[in-house]
Design a protein around this ligand. Structure first.
Ligand code: HPA
Length: 268
């Protein structure tokens, strides 16, 4: 069953470039975890800030070597559960589709459109049939904590962004991005799903920070480069770390959101 035993809660962070070390967080341990679904991307770096336990996982391994379509999302999320994490904050590079979102912007995501295929995307693959509610894919309490932390830390944040997740690893065509825009997507990335729904299946709160690294295909007229994505991610790392540090100490100790009850009335 899920942990509801008053055990000290832990906050998980799934990050890419440069966000698994935060100035205020002292890493005291690296834990390797094997799961029934295989190996997570890397060991979990466990640390503490102001009495809050934090576990970091580099999504693509460190150094970066796992492509988005090859990440073992189930193992990554299951590992956090093993550690007792009740909440996960994920950081993702995104391309801006809606012109409201420009390179360098930091966005607190609030909706998802899933275009991925062929990824192991559920923990309920066997006898047990579970349909979790996913109307609101990101935890409202965590989103609020992030937005408040941004205001307190003077980090400008954008909100109300729908994230469309593509399989990759190739980038999109201009016509695909135009179509995604018509579907209501604001930003595009390759790693947000099935992370978010897997967390919901385990009743773990989940939130997404999007770092806009580029204009999506056809928006600016320029060709897209991985160099540009990596460069903008690196430039934003300090601001993201400041935001995370403020958020950790800002999160209420006990959960008051619907995520913790995700499995109530969800089983056939
Ligand atoms: N498309 C898909 N994934 C991305 C992009 C993009 O333009 N930028 C960063 N991740």
């Amino acid at each position: 069953g899920l942990r509801n035993d008053g055990e000290r809660t832990m906050i998980g962070v799934i990050g890419g470039s440069g966000v698994y070390e935060i100035d205020g967080v002292v890493i005291r341990e690296e834990k390797r975890i094997s799961t029934p679904f295989g190996e997570p991307s890397d060991s979990y770096r466990i640390g503490e800030i102001s009495g809050v336990e934090v576990a970091f996982l580099p999504r693509h391994g460190s150094p970066h070597h796992i492509a988005p379509h090859k990440i073992n999302y189930r193992a990554n999320i299951w590992g956090f559960r093993e550690l007792g994490a009740e909440r996960i904050i994920s950081v993702n590079a995104v391309g801006g589709i809606n012109p409201r979102f420009k390179p360098g912007d930091i966005v607190i995501l609030n909706q998802i459109i899933d275009m991925t295929e062929g990824r192991a995307s559920t923990f309920y693959d066997e006898e047990e049939i579970v349909h979790v509610d996913f109307t609101e894919p990101y935890c409202p309490e965590l989103r609020a904590a992030l937005l408040t932390a941004g205001r307190n830390a003077g980090v400008a944040l954008k909100e109300n962004a729908a994230y469309i997740c593509v399989n990759g690893p190739r980038l999109e065509t201009a016509a695909e991005i135009k179509a995604f825009s018509l579907l209501g997507a604001d930003v595009v990335g390759m790693t947000g799903m099935p992370e978010a729904s897997l967390a919901r299946e385990l009743a773990i709160c989940f939130s997404g920070i999007g770092v806009v690294t580029n204009y999506a295909a056809g928006i600016s007229g320029n060709r897209l480069t991985t160099t540009e994505v990596v460069k903008t991610m690196a430039e934003s790392a300090e601001v993201v770390k400041t935001l995370l540090e403020r958020t950790f100490v800002n999160i209420p100790h006990t959960r008051n959101c619907m995520c913790k009850d995700a499995l109530a009335n969800a089983k056939m």
